[in-house]
Design a binder for this molecule. Structure first.
Ligand SMILES: C[S@@+](CC[C@H](N)C(=O)[O-])C[C@H]1O[C@@H](n2cnc3c(N)ncnc32)[C@H](O)[C@@H]1O
Length: 206
């Protein structure tokens, strides 16, 4: 859904929260946006800086977003995008308040996160409505890395948006492209038959 919703971004100021290695930075720049990309991981920030080089339409820097967006101005962005990052932030209400502050009136917030339905299976207490920190292990390059993310109910997430003046304009649970079906039929089947992710599009207060 994130790709589908982006469209032409010529002249748009876009903030990418938790940019990682810059998969969406590439997409945003190709669509003509002026991009600010933030990540808590300095290796990721360096990777993005090396990958795209010095250019006028990209500013990438390190920041722990759980501490807010202190370097960002009010009413500045046409779009805030965040792919698979918001579940690492304990206080989602404060996160969306910062997004609302940085967005121009009526501008869009687009994010993806874990499915609350799928994450409910990981609940230590069995209480779907409790917000719980879950420890996960990433097996990527090098040593396995322990990461903590927060599982929470759908109503808590929607409330954090609407309390901050956002109007939800679209919500999807499972999307997978035809390209993915051709590349990996097993993953395509899992994504199209089981809840894995949540995709949300919202507009800031006009
Ligand atoms: C699953 S990756 C997604 C990367 C990228 N958005 C993508 O979709 O390819 C999550 C990213 O969020 C970043 N992240 C996690 N917690 C963060 C925080 N508190 N502040 C800023 N970035 C954070 C991680 O460093 C990581 O790069």
């Amino acid at each position: 859904m994130l790709d589908k919703a982006l469209g032409d971004l010529t002249g748009f100021r876009v903030l990418d929260l938790g940019c990682g290695s810059g998969e969406y930075v590439a997409e945003l720049l190709a669509r003509g946006a002026e991009v600010t990309a933030i990540d808590v991981s300095e290796p990721m920030v360096e990777l993005v800086q090396q990958r795209f080089g010095a250019r006028d339409d990209l500013h990438c820097y390190g920041q722990d977003i759980s501490l807010g967006l202190p370097q960002e101005r009010d009413d500045h962005y046409d779009l805030v995008l965040s792919s698979l990052m918001v579940h690492y932030i304990a206080d989602q209400h404060a996160l969306f308040a910062e997004c609302a502050r940085g967005l121009k009136p009526g501008a869009r917030l687009l994010f993806s996160t874990h499915s609350p339905v799928a994450d409910a299976e990981l609940s230590p207490s069995g209480n779907y409505y409790a917000r719980e920190a879950i420890c996960d292990t990433w097996h990527t390059v090098g040593e396995p890395v322990e990461v903590v993310f927060y599982r929470r109910s759908l109503s808590e997430q929607i409330g954090a948006l609407t309390d901050n003046g956002f109007v939800i304009t679209a919500l999807e649970e499972g999307t997978a492209t035809e390209r993915l079906r051709q590349r990996n039929a097993e993953v395509y089947k899992r994504l199209t038959t089981q809840p894995n992710f949540l995709f949300v599009m919202a507009r800031s207060r006009s």
